[in-house]
Ligand binder design. Structure first.
Ligand SMILES: NC(=O)c1ccc[n+]([C@@H]2O[C@H](COP(=O)([O-])OP(=O)(O)OC[C@H]3O[C@@H](n4cnc5c(N)ncnc54)[C@H](OP(=O)(O)O)[C@@H]3O)[C@@H](O)[C@H]2O)c1
Length: 365
């Protein structure tokens, strides 16, 4: 029986544990753009890699730039007090620093394109937080630029690289649960309602679709590939972003996926894959499950658990590092074609649910 596995394990991925911290080549000098929640978590994991040099950080404010630099031991920092919603000048100074090899972008979505473009134009490799951009048009323009300049570009979908997801792919590939018939996945949390918070603000690319949906989607995409059709529904806020959405995916072979993303409630944050011979269910959140429950036939059931260094981001950071060291311009595990296809799926879903952002009407691409 042949199982379609859409996401390949990277060739270095021979063990789930501490090898991701060991140097795979010459050290890379990192520049981190923005000092918010995820910048802090990812930087703490980056510091665990033997071949990562924390060179520069940039922030809109001097206090946050200096504080972040001190906390993690960055050699230098940039800041400027830029206005809400702009690609602040401090960020653009960082991408011009000749001692930065790779830029990690952790701003709200609406600024990803401008900062990544500037970084590529200044010869830097880029790891950009999800969603890569706001639109597929922006993603396409960035990808073309990265290819033209022969620079590495990757969307930071860390969940592709974590042990729980990679192990699920391995089980599928073994044929143990047979042919996948359906996938169900959900992720979300009750985010405090505050119109100015990036997660709710249209100007920042707010809403559950761009913030959350990439994770439940990964379980369908990783096991069944790109769908033939998508049916999207959503509940919108007064400002017109989606407080929750549901994506129903259908596939040419009859398989189906049902995905929920939400910012207003608690949920199991779980994925289930149903196969003709058995099933896989996550234990713990879909973006980094601590375990898997595997059922085969009517009787047999087992659980597998995983450990990881840091907060689980070292796997994607090792992948970026080893790809750049090897002269690759994209990751075989998080290829640019996937980022582009997923941004196109989000464009399609937004059209169906009626969500638009200021970046939709940009004419400078
Ligand atoms: N991979 C993951 O697990 C994960 C988890 C959460 C979020 N994310 C992604 O990471 C990105 C940032 O999310 P986050 O949760 O870290 O957000 P956050 O805590 O709000 O931080 C965003 C940072 O961006 C900068 N910024 C620039 N313009 C801004 C604006 N108009 N409004 C708010 N902040 C602005 C600020 O840094 P300065 O003040 O230093 O300039 C701010 O601290 C998003 O793309 C999100 O989807 C990824």
């Amino acid at each position: 029986m042949s199982i379609q596995r859409f996401v390949g394990r990277p060739d270095w991925y021979t063990t789930f544990n501490p090898e991701t911290l060991t140097a795979t080549g010459d050290a890379l000098r990192w520049g981190v753009v923005a000092t918010g929640n995820i910048a802090r978590t990812v930087t703490a994991d980056l510091a665990l890699l033997e071949d990562a040099v924390l060179h520069a950080v940039s922030s809109r404010g001097v206090g946050s730039a200096a504080g972040f630099a001190t906390d993690f031991g960055f050699a230098t920092y940039y800041y400027d007090g830029g206005e809400h919603g702009t690609a602040a000048a401090g960020y653009l100074q960082l991408v011009q620093d000749p001692d930065v090899d790779v830029v990690y972008i952790a701003t709200p979505h609406a600024q990803h394109y401008d900062i990544a473009k500037a970084a590529l134009e200044h010869g830097k490799h880029v790891l950009c937080e999800k969603a890569l951009t706001i639109t597929a048009a922006e993603a396409r323009a960035l990808i073309e630029l990265a290819r033209e300049r022969q620079l590495f570009l990757m969307e930071a979908v860390w969940a592709r690289f974590v042990p729980g997801f990679q192990r699920a792919l391995e089980i599928l590939e073994s044929g143990e649960i047979g042919q996948v018939k359906w996938v169900r996945a959900d992720l979300g949390f009750p985010a405090p309602m505050d119109d100015s918070a990036r997660i709710w603000a249209p100007a920042d690319g707010g809403g559950a679709l761009l913030d959350i949906s990439v994770y439940p989607l990964l379980w369908a995409w990783g096991t069944l590939g790109a769908p033939e059709a998508v049916h999207a529904t959503a509940e919108l806020t007064a400002l017109g972003v989606d407080a929750q959405n549901s994506l129903a995916l259908s596939y040419a072979n009859g398989a189906q996926a049902q995905l929920m993303s939400y910012l207003g409630s608690h949920g199991p944050r779980a994925a289930a894959i149903s196969g003709t011979l058995g099933f896989i269910e996550t234990i713990g959140s879909v973006n980094n499950p601590k375990g898997l429950r595997i059922g085969v036939g009517w009787e047999e059931e087992r659980e597998e658990y995983f450990e990881h260094p840091g907060s689980g981001y070292t796997y994607q950071l090792r992948e970026v590092t080893r790809c750049i060291q090897a002269g690759l311009t994209e990751s075989p595990t998080m290829p640019l074609a996937d980022s582009l296809a997923i941004m196109a799926l989000f464009d399609n879903a937004r059209e169906q649910i009626g969500v638009s952002y200021p970046n939709d009407s940009r004419t400078d691409l």
